[in-house]
Design a protein around this ligand. Structure first.
Ligand SMILES: Cc1cc2nc3c(=O)[nH]c(=O)nc-3n(C[C@H](O)[C@H](O)[C@H](O)COP(=O)(O)OP(=O)(O)OC[C@H]3O[C@@H](n4cnc5c(N)ncnc54)[C@H](O)[C@@H]3O)c2cc1C
Length: 642
């Protein structure tokens, strides 16, 4: 099937305005008659729910944390992009659009990206009006810093806690609507299935994580804002609860999963320190504004005190290989280069499994130039976090960093209106595939989540509601009862295995495999091998996993078991997608497809498209559909940051 993103045609600069004029509106009195379910309360879900309820819809919000304001968006550190051009350094909507399309290695939809760049400016105004404490210049203007893949400074930030502050802003808006009785919030609930009636998404099956009760909720439309699936790699910078459950259930109910193999490996994370770890910690990309990345030139120096290695024996490899962008090359490029120098035996730090996998991120020169106080002002909380985790003082010795799984560009396929191919199912934030192509630029995830939630979905959802006559669905409808029964049966099945191995054993095993065969570098042979091994992990999981406790109480092992079972099934789709895309692009690096100097080599003739997978039943190979991508404004070229 050829998928159609249903983008407006005509000049790109006015496309969104014309589209908003052309789509149908729901009048204020009728909005009160529509129920909307939003699953997820991160920046995407909270902003969408608050805005839609302000518009007049009846909104119900679900999240698995104990409060909506603890969604994983709270972890975002470095900042949010917007084309305000406050630095007067030549930024514009067009430049942000261009950088994002190029940064994504020409695998995103031009019109979505242009709209994103356009509404980016509104997000900052909205957040400032809410009281978000963005960093300011002495004179009071909002200040900016730079992130990878851009030669201008367009990143707005609140110390190293930008996600937290933005989420508090969205949460306040949501709380205000809750107080007004327009939003109902259900924390500590987990979506177990999507309810589809007559080919439309009409509700969700939820589990109350405190009492264990499984129940359904129905509405006119469902919005998934459930975040990304980087935890498929087990070790990642994501919160431990991040999962693929909600989007994968929607996939199994007919929504297409687009580009699952587009995963982002972030170059600056605290390296793995041993086999006991269950979590990795990000060191924000903002640190690359002032930190310089290097390894020793000579292998013999890798165990030396870094401060004792003289300048001429240091290899500032990003500055040498990419003089135009230096340490601020995009994430995929920085990550691959860190891997290369470690593969050459020039990695630093202590050995884990016989290898040294770390490079230095050094602030010595910045501290000399700007003074320690300025560095503390910019990155104090990150330095503190680093010291607490590693026991080393980054003001005195360079940080050690290495790439880790961080973000997922793939997600459920959506059209320009952010609706999936399954009518009535809208998908926003990291859960959709929409704007970042094969590589997301730093500080663009917060921008996209809030663009979707504050400024896109609240308009486009009205078009769906106004264009379709939706019959009433009640909780005793057969589709509702069947989905609820299936969810309960799966819980019983998990509890009945009564095997010998804890759930994490399987998650770790899966994660290591996916990281090894489908992580920073991928080969046809490795991907085929992974496709052989994943079914064996699944078989072992269902024969030998141990889920203690019962279904009718708080049971985190049960929650994790359900999520890991989904990750195992989903990993097969991810690996299959990587195998099918026989080119390199952005974060998807097929070793067979690289330029002589090890850059990703695209195959535009055969792969200038989105690949979206349709579920065909358990044990069946899913079907791949494509959405062709056209580039009328940013012309396809070999990406260069030299
Ligand atoms: C450490 C870290 C730092 C980052 N820093 C930056 C940064 O500086 N700038 C930037 O642009 N991006 C950054 N990112 C990326 C960015 O934070 C995320 O992409 C973004 O916050 C995702 O927002 P979201 O609303 O889509 O999802 P999330 O914030 O992940 O929210 C998901 C929501 O869905 C709910 N949910 C999930 N599954 C279920 C389920 N099955 N049932 C019920 N509810 C469910 C959760 O409870 C939660 O409320 C960072 C990411 C990490 C990991």
């Amino acid at each position: 099937m050829i998928l159609d993103g249903k983008c407006p045609t005509g000049p790109i600069e006015t496309a969104w305005d014309r589209h908003r004029f052309d789509i149908k509106l729901v009048n204020p009195a009728n909005k009160r008659k529509h129920d909307v379910i939003v699953v997820g309360s991160g920046l995407a879900g909270a902003s969408a729910a608050a805005t839609m309820s302000q518009l007049g819809y009846n909104v119900r919000v679900y999240c698995y944390q104990d409060s909506t304001r603890r969604a994983h968006s709270i972890a975002a550190q470095g900042g949010i992009n917007a084309a305000k051009n406050y630095q007067n350094d030549g930024d514009s909507v067009y430049r942000l659009f261009y950088d994002t399309v190029k940064g994504g290695d020409f695998r995103s939809r031009e019109r979505n990206v242009y709209r994103l760049a356009q509404v980016s400016v509104n997000i900052i105004d909205q957040a400032v009006a809410q009281g978000v404490p963005f960093a300011r210049e002495y004179g009071g203007y909002l200040t900016n810093r730079s992130f990878g893949g851009a030669q201008v400074s367009r990143t707005f930030y609140a110390s190293g806690q930008t996600g937290q502050q933005l989420l508090l802003g969205a949460y306040q808006a949501l709380a205000e609507q809750k107080g007004a009785g327009k939003v109902k919030i259900f924390a500590r609930t987990e979506m177990l299935d999507l309810i589809v009636v007559n080919g439309r998404a009409r509700g969700v099956v939820m589990r109350d994580l405190v009492t264990g009760r499984v129940y359904s909720d129905v509405a006119d439309t469902v919005v998934l804002a459930t975040g990304g699936y980087a935890n498929v790699f087990y070790l990642s910078t994501n919160a431990m609860g991040c999962n693929v459950g909600a989007t994968f259930k929607a996939y199994k109910r007919g929504a297409f999963f687009a580009n699952p193999s587009y995963t982002q490996i972030h170059p600056t994370c605290i390296p793995v320190s041993g086999g006991f770890q269950s979590k990795l910690t990000l060191m924000s990309e903002s640190l690359r504004n002032d930190g310089r990345v290097w390894v020793p030139k000579n292998k013999a120096d890798v165990t030396k005190d870094p401060n004792a290695i003289p300048e001429q024996d240091r290899d500032y490899y990003l500055e040498t290989r990419y003089p135009s962008f230096g340490n601020l090359v995009p994430r995929d490029v920085a990550s691959r280069n860190a891997k290369l120098v470690c593969d050459e035996g020039r990695g630093v730090g202590h050995e884990v499994d016989g290898e040294r996998r770390a490079v230095y991120l050094d602030f010595r020169d910045a501290i000399q130039r700007l003074g320690k106080d300025t560095i503390t002002e910019r990155y104090g909380n990150l330095f503190q976090m680093y010291q607490q985790i590693t026991g080393e003082d980054p003001y005195l010795v360079p940080m050690r960093i290495y790439p880790a799984s961080h973000y997922t560009m793939g997600g459920l396929w959506v059209d320009y209106n952010l609706m999936s191919n399954l009518p009535g199912l809208h998908v926003i934030g990291e859960a959709n595939f929409s704007d970042h192509g094969a590589n997301r630029l730093g500080a663009s995830a917060l921008m996209q989540g809030l663009a979707d939630g504050y400024f896109v979905l609240p308009y486009t959802i009205g078009h769906y509601l106004a264009s379709n006559k939706l019959e009433r669905v009640t909780l005793d409808a057969p589709e509702v009862k069947a989905a609820e029964a299936a969810a309960k049966a799966r819980i019983d099945k998990l509890l009945a295995v009564k095997g010998t191995k804890p759930v994490d054993y399987f998650h770790r095993k899966l994660g290591l495999l996916v990281w090894d065969k489908c992580g920073m570098a991928r080969t046809e042979a490795g991907l085929k091998e992974a496709l052989e091994i994943i079914p064996k992990i699944r078989e072992e999981f269902w024969a030998d996993c141990n889920v203690p406790g019962s279904a009718n109480t708080v049971n985190q092992a049960l929650e994790r078991a359900g999520r890991v079972a989904d990750f195992i099934d989903f990993a097969e789709v991810l690996v299959r997608d990587a195998l099918e895309r026989r080119e390199s692009c952005g974060g998807h690096f097929r070793e067979e497809s690289q330029t002589p100097d090890n850059e990703a080599l695209r195959d535009d003739e055969n792969f200038t498209h989105v690949g979206a997978w349709e579920y065909k039943g358990d044990g069946q190979v899913p079907e791949r559909h494509v959405e062709p991508l056209t580039f009328d404004y940013v012309h396809l070229t070999q990406r260069s940051y030299k």
